[in-house]
Structures are given as structure tokens and as C-alpha cells.
Design a protein around this ligand. Structure first.
Ligand SMILES: Nc1ncnc2c1ncn2[C@@H]1O[C@H](COP(=O)(O)OP(=O)(O)OP(=O)(O)O)[C@@H](O)[C@H]1O
Length: 302
């Protein structure tokens, strides 16, 4: 694999809090990777280390085979962070032109203007007068100003309306098709699934799943079998977990749900054993539920 990013056994400690715990992954050139996870999972910390803004407490981070702070790496990298700050007393077009001028081979000016999605009149406004969403779109264009090979976005679509969101992802897809490598963080499973070739699922500082959206889905989304208990539910739950066809069981809205790779086999085992259940249902597992379950299991384990 032609790796642009190599993270090797990386941890980051804030005093005694382990924000990132022994994480390793490589990222291939031209791929779109989503770093997905709930609040506090360690996504921003991981991104900070990839950008050279934070030093790992342990392990090593290499970008294009070098330390992230190397000049060569910085010249080939663009980033849009959560807080987009714009320079005062400069008009939008002037800011874009200024940032472009820092780079030896900047991105085409017209392309950047299109990426902002701003109307011609807005390009002549002072940037501090833009709305929050417009500032983020400008931040997007600025991240691309140096025509970077590797681009990081931290929760890029927060605060963007549907049209801006669509334009953003269309542009990102186009950039990946040109061979640029994209890494973004998100809370939203659906966004990761729609856009990314690969998902790195973080929870409580750990990397709990790594694969294509389909792989992650098939790993974490299982068909679920549910029923109402007849009699003592805790005795029933214990008996269910003793069946080899059943991996896990939990209660939701009064029903007992079991997760299994083979719902037929699980049903057969329940009936052969004569477990007291009624109103049996089989549901296709939902990705959101699986995501919640996976990150909750991690919380319980830590
Ligand atoms: N500067 C800091 N000092 C102390 N603890 C920190 C610091 N920055 C982050 N943390 C802690 O590290 C953990 C990971 O935080 P991080 O911001 O990386 O998570 P995140 O996945 O980006 O979360 P969010 O989705 O809320 O932005 C959290 O428990 C957070 O409280």
C-alpha cells in the first residue's frame, strides 16, 4: 500500500487522561477516510497529532514518511479545523488571493471561488461580515489554496445547509478522484457511510473498528431477534446467553433482543430448549443502533 499516513502505536495523555490509547493505522493515497466516533472519543486529538499541532505521548506519526511538522509535509497538507477564523479588514477575494500567494503552486483561483459557493457580491465583502456557514465554506476554500495532496477536515459540515453540504462533498469526491487523500472527522455514521472508503471508528480513545463502510456494517449490524418474555426476564436472559447461537442479549422497550449471526439457528435453539417467549420478531439491524451498541460496549469495558 502506498501509505500517506502512518500512525504507529500512538497514545496521547492529558495529565492522567488518555485521550488516544495505542492506536495504529496507515492511510493509502487517494482514499477518503472518516474518523468516526461520539463526543470525547479522541478524534480531534488524533487529528491534532496528524497535523503536528500535538505531540504524541507515545508512538510515532509519519506523514509522507516524515514528521508532520516538516516543511515538505506542511506544503503538501491542507486543513479545515472546527473553528474557522478569518482575517479582519480583508475582503473574501483578497484573503483567498493572499493565502494562495504563500504556496509555490496554488490551486486555481476560480476553482477556489467556486468551492466557497459564495455569490460574486459576497466575494467583495469583508470576511468578518459573512455568516457562520459562509465562513466555513471560505475555510474550505482556504484549506485547498495550496493545492494540497493530503487534506484534513474536522467536522466539516457542522453548520452548513443542505446545498453547501452537497457542494462540499461533491468537491471532496472530485479531489479524491484526482488522487488527493482525504481524512475527515464526523459524529455522523450516515455521513461516513455515504462518503468514506474507509471508517476508523473511535470510542473512548480506542480504535474499535476499521474497515470499509460495508465491512463495518456487516461486522456490527446483525439481524436482531426479539420477543416478549413469559415469566422471569432475568432467568430468561441468562438461559439465552447459554445458547451458542446467541451472541448477546439486551432489553429495549420491554422486549428482549438477541444478536446472532444466524437468526434461524437462534430461533431453533430457543424453541428446542423450550424457553418461555412469545410474540417473536426478526428485524434487520439498524446501523445507528449497532454503532450505539458498539460504542456503548466500549464504554462499559473501559
Ligand atoms: N487539552 C486537553 N486537556 C485535557 N483533556 C483534554 C484536552 N483535549 C481533549 N481532552 C479530553 O480528551 C478526550 C478526547 O477529546 P477529543 O476532543 O479528542 O474528542 P473528540 O472525539 O474530538 O470529541 P468531540 O466529538 O466532542 O469533538 C476527551 O475526554 C477530552 O475531554
Amino acid at each position: 500500500m502506498d501509505s500517506v499516513i502512518e500512525m504507529n502505536e500512538v497514545s496521547k495523555l492529558y495529565k492522567d487522561k488518555k485521550a488516544v490509547d495505542n492506536i495504529s493505522f496507515n492511510i493509502a493515497k487517494g482514499s477518503i477516510t472518516a474518523i468516526l466516533g461520539p463526543n470525547g472519543a479522541g478524534k480531534t486529538t488524533a487529528l491534532g497529532m496528524l497535523l503536528g499541532l500535538l505531540e504524541p505521548t507515545e508512538g510515532s506519526v509519519k506523514i509522507f514518511g516524515q514528521h508532520p511538522k516538516e516543511k515538505m509535509v506542511r506544503e503538501k497538507t491542507g486543513a479545515m479545523l472546527q473553528e474557522v477564523s478569518v482575517m479582519d479588514r480583508l475582503k473574501v477575494r483578497e484573503i483567498i488571493a493572499l493565502i494562495r500567494s504563500y504556496y509555490p503552486q496554488p490551486m486555481d483561483m476560480e476553482f477556489l471561488i467556486k468551492a466557497t459557493g459564495l455569490a460574486p457580491a459576497d466575494l467583495n465583502r469583508y470576511a468578518e461580515k459573512l455568516s457562520g456557514g459562509q465562513k466555513r465554506s471560505l475555510g474550505f476554500a482556504l484549506a485547498l489554496a495550496g493545492d494540497p495532496e493530503l487534506i484534513f477536515f474536522d467536522e466539516p459540515t457542522v453548520g452548513l445547509d443542505i446545498t453547501s453540504r452537497r457542494r462540499f462533498w461533491d468537491t471532496v469526491r472530485g479531489l479524491a478522484e484526482q488522487g488527493k487523500t482525504i481524512v475527515f472527522t464526523t459524529h455522523y455514521l450516515q455521513e461516513a457511510e455515504d462518503i468514506a472508503d474507509r471508517i476508523l471508528l473511535f470510542s473512548k480513545g480506542h480504535l474499535v473498528a476499521d474497515g470499509s463502510p460495508d465491512e463495518i456494517k456487516s461486522r456490527i449490524v446483525k439481524r436482531s431477534l426479539s420477543f416478549l418474555p413469559v415469566g422471569d426476564r432475568s432467568v430468561l436472559r441468562k438461559s439465552l446467553l447459554e445458547l451458542t447461537a446467541i451472541e448477546d442479549c439486551y432489553e429495549k422497550e420491554g422486549r428482549i433482543h438477541v444478536t446472532t449471526d444466524d437468526t434461524d439457528e437462534a430461533l431453533r435453539a430457543i424453541f428446542i430448549t423450550g424457553l418461555p417467549v412469545k410474540d417473536v420478531r426478526i428485524d434487520q439491524g439498524r446501523l445507528d443502533d449497532a454503532f450505539e451498541q458498539l460504542t456503548m460496549n466500549q464504554e462499559e469495558a473501559v
